[in-house]
Design a protein around this ligand. Structure first.
Ligand SMILES: CC(C)(COP(=O)(O)OP(=O)(O)OC[C@H]1O[C@@H](n2cnc3c(N)ncnc32)[C@H](O)[C@@H]1OP(=O)(O)O)[C@@H](O)C(=O)NCCC(=O)NCCS
Length: 402
């Protein structure tokens, strides 16, 4: 049997994220155009990569209809100007769509089937509201396979609060406020902007350019968070302030084998160490990253203490807190979501996995003392996904000093 080939994350970019809905910056922009823009931006930044050597393109979307249908990887590749000889396909694992694009194509590289691949995702939640057009089998409810709550993500978040009373609304709100503050600081220090591909947009007032994430609320404070409605349950704990907002956006990343790195003179930003997906009860889907991370750590032969940086998708503050509590990590541990997360930046479902990787890759550059990092996220219907990455800039001497 052939040896496993090393898989690296060479680069990743994304569109600025927009607020979903009529007032959002992408209301008049097609979903496929967003991901095409991201792929073009990615290739422009990596001119060494011959387009005809890309072996596959996997693009995820949760709702695969209309401008998110027609096997997106193929349509996006054609629209981005890749040669017709480059194949592509669509992926769906709801929120972990782009993460699954990366693990699927990464596995193809490890197997030796691919040398270069493009993995990403898109979700235009304005044009494709969550669950729109879905037709869940009635057996789910008649046979009590899942509770009614399982199909409403906010309700699953309320259930995590029920299960862990020590994780209070106050802690969720504080985590959300910190996310907003960290993202605001990251913007001020120019941390996020280098990986954004500007998108031309049209509104009633004419043409413009989207250059920033639109959902950020840097002025967030505990007092205003305390007054917000809890739309998923009367007198509940989950609010618009401590949830990720409905978001439009796209991501794209370039993966390569060790041979391709040599052949094309590429500089890897991360090396894939292991990945895992796991299932949990759908009614508490936010706990999914706990078993997926345990599994990925086991496969890598690592422990949670080996992880120096975490990029956790903040679908809901409570969902990240349950992960941190499980692993004995403080709510405001500096290794976690250094530049904030989905609560501030947004969570265009199937696009988000690659956003986590883009941010981890940048932080690896800044932290040669860190050897391993984790990207992890929860997934609707009760799943979690985790990818463990190694920092190619790791420097033992820097680690000893830290
Ligand atoms: C929670 C949710 C229903 C809120 O939707 P919404 O009501 O359209 O959200 P809005 O942005 O309009 O915010 C509602 C209100 O809270 C306010 N608000 C939101 N965030 C705030 C903050 N950080 N500080 C202060 N006020 C805030 C808004 O200003 C708005 O006030 P208004 O009604 O006076 O205008 C929606 O964001 C949601 O469903 N999120 C979860 C998405 C999801 O499930 N993703 C998948 C995860 S698995």
């Amino acid at each position: 049997m052939a040896e496993r080939t090393e898989v690296v994350f060479v680069d990743g970019v994304r569109t600025p994220f927009g607020r979903a809905g009529e007032k959002g910056q992408y209301w008049n922009t097609r979903a496929d155009d967003l991901v095409v823009k991201a792929i073009i931006g990615l290739l422009e930044r990596n001119p060494n990569v011959p387009k005809d050597r890309i072996d596959d393109v996997a693009i995820a979307a949760t709702t695969q209809q209309g401008d998110q249908g027609l096997t997106l990887g193929r349509t996006a590749a054609l629209l981005a100007g890749l040669p017709k000889s480059v194949p592509g396909f669509a992926i769906d694992r709801m929120c972990a769509g782009a993460m699954t694009s990366v693990t699927t194509l990464g596995s193809g590289i490890a197997f030796g089937a691919y040398d270069l691949a493009i993995a990403g995702g898109v979700e235009h939640m304005g044009r494709h509201p969550m669950g729109f057009g879905a037709d869940p089998n009635p057996r789910f409810l008649t046979e009590r396979l899942v509770g009614e709550d399982a199909l409403n993500m906010g309700s699953t978040a309320e259930r995590i609060h029920d299960r862990f009373p020590a994780l209070t609304k106050e802690r969720s709100d504080r985590f959300a406020m910190r996310s907003q503050q960290k993202t605001a600081a990251a913007y001020e220090n120019g941390k996020l902007q280098p990986d954004l591909v500007p998108v031309a947009i049209r509104s009633e007032s004419g043409w413009g350019l989207a250059t920033r994430d639109e959902g950020m609320r840097p002025e967030t404070n505990m007092e205003s968070l305390a007054t917000l409605r809890t739309p998923f349950r009367p007198h509940g704990r989950v609010s618009a302030g401590n949830s990720s907002p409905l978001t439009d956006g796209a991501t794209a990343s370039l993966l390569a084998s060790a041979d391709a790195v040599k052949e094309f003179g590429l500089t890897p930003k991360m090396r894939m160490v292991s990945f895992a997906f796991a299932g949990v009860e759908p009614e508490i889907m936010g706990l999914g990253p706990v078993p997926s991370t345990e599994k990925a750590l086991r496969k890598a032969g690592l422990s949670i203490d080996d992880i120096g940086l975490f990029e956790l998708n903040e679908a809901f503050a409570i969902q990240v807190l349950s992960f941190l509590d499980h692993f004995g990590i403080d709510d405001d541990d500096p290794r976690v979501n250094k530049w904030g997360g989905a609560i501030a930046i947004g969570h265009p479902l199937a696009a988000s996995g690659v956003r986590l990787m883009i941010q981890l890759a940048r932080q690896f550059e800044e932290h040669p003392e860190v050897r391993y990092g984790v990207t992890a996220m929860c997934v609707g219907l009760g799943q979690g996904g985790t990818v463990i990455w190694e920092n190619p800039n790791f420097d033992k001497r820097a680690a000893r000093k830290a």
